[in-house]
Design a protein around this ligand. Structure first.
Ligand code: ZN
Length: 274
């Protein structure tokens, strides 16, 4: 799964200016909490001093816009009930919500699930691809507890402020965070497979085949064939020479007829002359 990733760093945001380092040990998923599918609207209003918030990326329908370097500490989680903050540990991205709904507190009002299904699927796939990419880059296991979480789960863990995202939205489309974590893990393993397939060329295959045959050739023959081998070598059907007889490798058709020919020659010689 490939993610369409562009970069528009929010260099005027105080968080970027502060520039503290993050060593990511997790990823937190957010949604913006407003019916605005266009990330540029957020980028414009966030790229200035005095905003008090900043994330690493925005996921939108067409891809991902990176807004902070992955190793810069972001301001996205606030402080949780334990007094700790996922800002110190987690990468963060906002998912853009479709147009058309409003909010009453943390609840979406007038959200049309059916009309937004394809929009949601695009957002979800991009979120999976981005999270898989980041997990790979920072060697994170998405299935380990507390690694890939949403803002609401962060609140439950006591490391984020009391927000509902994304559990006020994704379950409307029958997606849980557990499903998301499984899909991220799957995308990571599929990514590995794609890589192997991409690297395999005819040339590479031939190379590996040569190596395989050489390994087979170098193996010692089994004891049960000893008598036959001695006979074949003494009769000159298998050449003795300094090179190994390659008993555990396959014979070509060329070698087979050569052996038959030598056998025939040998038998002809043995026939009594009239
Ligand atoms: Zn949030």
């Amino acid at each position: 799964m490939q993610v369409q990733l562009t970069q528009q760093l929010l260099t005027q945001n105080d968080c970027y200016q502060e520039g503290r380092t993050l060593k990511p040990t997790g990823i937190m998923v957010h949604s913006t909490g407003v019916a605005q599918p266009n990330p540029q609207v957020f980028l414009r209003s966030w790229n200035k001093p005095g905003v008090e918030k900043c994330v690493h990326a925005f996921v939108w329908r067409e891809g991902v816009v990176q807004t902070l370097p992955w190793t810069t500490r972001a301001w996205h989680a606030g402080t949780g009930t334990t007094g700790r903050s996922a800002n110190n540990t987690h990468l963060s991205f906002e998912c853009c919500e479709p147009a058309g709904h409003t909010y009453q507190g943390g609840t979406m009002i007038g959200y049309d699930v059916l009309a937004n299904q394809s929009y949601f699927e695009a957002i979800y796939q991009n979120a999976v691809a981005l999270t898989a990419m980041l997990c790979q880059q920072f060697q994170l296991d998405p299935l380990k507890p507390g690694v890939v979480i949403c803002h609401r789960e962060g609140y439950d863990l006591g490391i984020a402020s009391g927000h509902a995202d994304v559990l006020h939205w994704w379950p409307k489309h029958n997606v849980t965070m557990d499903q998301f974590r499984r899909d991220v893990a799957k995308a990571m393993s599929e990514g590995d497979t794609d890589q192997e397939e991409d690297d395999m060329t005819q040339e590479r295959f031939n190379e590996l085949m040569e190596q395989y045959l050489a390994q087979r050739s170098a193996l010692d023959p089994a004891a049960w064939s000893e008598q036959a081998r001695t006979w074949a070598e003494q009769a000159g059907i298998i050449s003795k020479g300094p090179s190994p007889q390659r008993y555990r490798s396959s014979a070509t058709r060329e070698e087979v007829v050569q052996m038959l020919y030598r056998l025939d020659q040998m038998l002809t010689k043995q026939e009594p002359t009239p």
